[in-house]
Ligand binder design. Sequence first.
Ligand SMILES: Cc1cc2nc3c(=O)[nH]c(=O)nc-3n(C[C@H](O)[C@H](O)[C@H](O)COP(=O)(O)OP(=O)(O)OC[C@H]3O[C@@H](n4cnc5c(N)ncnc54)[C@H](O)[C@@H]3O)c2cc1C
Length: 828
Amino acid sequence: MTGPEVVIVGAGVVGAALAEELSARGWDRITVVDQGELPTPGGSSSHAPGLVFQTNGSKTMTELARYTVEKLVSLDLDGDPCFLQVGGLEVATTPERLAELHRRCGWATSWGLDARVVGPDECVELYPLLDRSKVLGGLHVPTDGLAKAVRAVLAQLRLAESRGVRVLDRTEVLDVLRESLPDGRSRVTGVRTSAGDLTADLVVCCAGIWGPKVAGMVGMSLPLTPLGHQLAWTGPVPSMTGLAQDAGGPECARPIVRHQDADLYYRDRFDAVGIGFYGHDPMPVTVDSILSPEAAPVMPSVLEFTPEDFAPAWAQSQSLLPDLGGAQLAEGINGLFSFTTDDMPLLGPSRDVDGFWVAEAVWVTHSAGVARAVSEWLVDGHCTSFDLHECDVNRFENHQLAPAYVLERSCQNFVEVYDIKHPLEPMVKPRPMRRSPFHARQVELGAYFLEAAGWERPHWYEANSVLLEGRSVPSPDAWAAQHWSPIAAAEAQVTRERVAMYDMTALARLSVAGPAATAFLEHVTTGSVGKSIGAVTYCLLLDEDGGVHSDVTVARLGETHYQVGANGPLDLDALVRRARDFGGHVTVENITAGTCCIGLWGPLAREVLQPLTDFDLSNDNLKYFRGAQFHVGTVPVTALRLSYVGELGWELYTTADQGLTLWDAIWTAGQEHGLIAAGRAAFNSLRLEKGYRSFGTDMTYEHSPWEAGLGFAVRLAKDDFVGRAAAEKRQGDVPRRLTCLTVRGDELGGDGIVLGKEPVFSGDACVGYVTSAAYGYTIGTGIAYAWLPAELASVGTELTIGWFDRRLPATVSAEPLVDPDMKRIRGL
Ligand SMILES: Cc1cc2nc3c(=O)[nH]c(=O)nc-3n(C[C@H](O)[C@H](O)[C@H](O)COP(=O)(O)OP(=O)(O)OC[C@H]3O[C@@H](n4cnc5c(N)ncnc54)[C@H](O)[C@@H]3O)c2cc1C
């Protein structure tokens, strides 16, 4: 017997796939428990129509789907296939949707999927039921298709059983058993079921829509909402008679189809068509109201069909697929499945209960990929095949776990599931949630707010429109011009010419303190942080396999006290977990909410700040990458001489109660020097001109520091640290590089402004993808950072970037584009 004892709660497509993946890695002390009766225990997998469209704006989600397809294609149940690779076709009936399909084709290409935008004739050739006159084009992905979810469950369970896994259906998990740990937390010891207790070292919740109930057994709040979704089937469609079951053909031989303009999707089933609809009002249910398998008329995840909600879908379907006019609607359900607040799954371990894991809010589309990811994470301690930072169940801010937030966001995501969404489009509700102390002043200045981790964050200020006069400003095209203003150009230029203040409150801040603080931070980061008091170190958190887990700035504020500038809740999670090994000699506290930060940057920053303090701000006294604590007027601040925009200046931190006073003091003192408040749009441009990377966009878990251009932040010479051995091996192996491109417009204009995730081509071959992009207002050109094979990353290489149906010329450029000799930022 190998591996720990594992109980998997749920034998849907996720639990079954996980049992298969774990047992394939040699673990065999596994029991899969389901309250329902196999093969259709009654969860979402028991009735899912199984459409698998792999293309997704998230690289990770596309890769999870691609693995799922590869796996299911290789599986059969008694000779019957688990996947019908009929291809996927998303059709456009409006010019906006056609443009969106080009954008989606760009994602697919970026992430390595074979995809093409085809014309209306080819759409009809692929799916003859379409009305040629209604269709403007389509996105065709030949490897998409239909997952046979029930077969996939059984096939994967059988494989798992052949390796010793036990499967108990008709057995409900009633409770998760735990024992207390000395530090006040607990760890799982087993589960209580309707058939008795089972011991377990690990319990993995794959309970689908019941997830919040099972997670609730250990006090874990799982932010998902079960929502009803309409699925109906026609009777025989006259023109499909030859495809009838008794004609002996396959169940489905033509592509699955999406008609997002009307919130619809379709799949053939012999001579009938399945129709899925997202256009009705959201139908949330509470977990406690879901019936048991015994009490449910059909099955627990199936609610009664409400034809009145389906009426628009039926009308729209007959319009796009006129042959349906000759058919009747034969059956329908309102089926339940999980929606989350950000459309991403919930994967990983509970922070508070050792041994309790979740794999929740997973579509059939991503099921085998998720199972592989979670099994690698369980067996190896981390996942090497996929970057999971967008899926980690510990990624949420506290307010994002509020039931009201979860309900509102889940319902809204249902409504918007097929909407065309600009990458910067902010959520409308619930807002505002978090306001920095400067908010009132920002409103007075006409801030255009977007939302970041719940914070209202200015993108630019209308008050600065007066600065536009006489400035040269680019002209993005209509798509790139959304949530953009020429004012951002003026704000960026004034930052380089004079001085600007930026609200940096949304940047996460952690306080790390205690006698072991230095040893702890030396252990978890790649930097030498234990320098003199006042030292600031830019360094990384690595995974065990040497991938970049985050980038942080560590400021030594005292002998045993540090402030860590971090990227968000996952950094807090990583540090809190690792601090446990230091036996109470170090504490990690999230101080973001109680504090605030102004970035004061620009060549005149010292002229603004020096008159407000007795502290000597000269280069000699407070050098670049040093920090100090002093008063600005009456306000105590921690000043760190850092600059993400690449200019002289400081991040000035204080407590939230004094924030407004600090803002007013600086604002007043700055007026004679032409100080402005500037927003995030200018900030992004300035950081890219300076070549500063942003975790999660530019680099993620899958990249090594050297690939990302961050090798300088790794001190391999110091004592052991997390990820060191793997990092050392990866140092000499750099097959790809995060590379700086300058981008030009084409004859259609746009000034070379792209937004991120676009494919990069060398000739006709896709060779990489864009991460961050902006216009460089100082240098007068578009900028895009992109992942490229190392051999194409040399300066001067000519490439193109896919922008909708166009190709924009781009050149690999030496970085940073501004201040390469560091004179500006060092104030020399
Ligand atoms: C109408 C409809 C159409 C859909 N169409 C698609 C599609 O086309 N493509 C796609 O990718 N996805 C689709 N989905 C979504 C997809 O079906 C689900 O996301 C997926 O099946 C969830 O799988 P799961 O294993 O997580 O959950 P489930 O299949 O729900 O399995 C969870 C299992 O846990 C068991 N369980 C729960 N609590 C306990 C307990 N306390 N003790 C023991 N057992 C327990 C349940 O009995 C259940 O069998 C659709 C969903 C619906 C409703």
